[in-house]
Write a protein that binds this ligand. Structure first.
Ligand SMILES: [Fe+2]
Ligand SMILES: [Fe+2]
Length: 141
């Protein structure tokens, strides 16, 4: 059997990587919601930005409880292009990246509280991906 990750420092490091990804998603979605010229995808993107900020809060809570501090250092943001289609495609890709990372972590981490929160987050990311995909399908019609 593969050994699970139980060392607290290692768990804090992983949670901080998640935290930064949520921070980046929050900022990208807030910005794109203003840029999008169609009302419905813009509103959906804005609502989902709020979900991503809640994910930041949940992760920060787990980090602080374990003696860490949330990192606010993010990479240069990629907003996914100038038109609605490319922005939605990029947002779908970001959700997929998050889902894949969270799934791996859920399997690897030996901390019931952390795994519980990550499972909740991954369910929401799947819903986000579906919401963005529906908007993408609509503009292709
Ligand atoms: Fe998220
Ligand atoms: Fe999401």
């Amino acid at each position: 059997m593969v050994e699970k990750i139980s060392e607290v420092e290692e768990i804090i490091k992983i949670l901080n990587e998640d935290f930064v990804r949520e921070l980046e998603a929050t900022m990208i979605y807030v910005r794109n919601a203003f840029i999008m010229d169609q009302c419905d995808p813009s509103r959906v993107t804005e609502d989902i930005a709020v979900d991503e900020m809640r994910h930041m809060n949940w992760l920060a809570d787990l980090i602080v409880k374990r003696g860490g501090k949330p990192r606010m250092v993010h990479k240069e943001l990629d907003f996914g292009g100038e038109d609605l289609k490319s922005q939605l495609e990029w947002q779908i890709a970001l959700e997929t990246e998050g889902i894949e990372s969270y799934k791996q972590q859920i399997d690897a981490i030996d901390d019931a509280e952390v795994v519980g929160v990550l499972k909740h987050i991954v369910d929401e990311e799947k819903r986000h991906r579906k919401e963005f995909s529906m908007r993408l399908e609509r503009i292709k019609e």
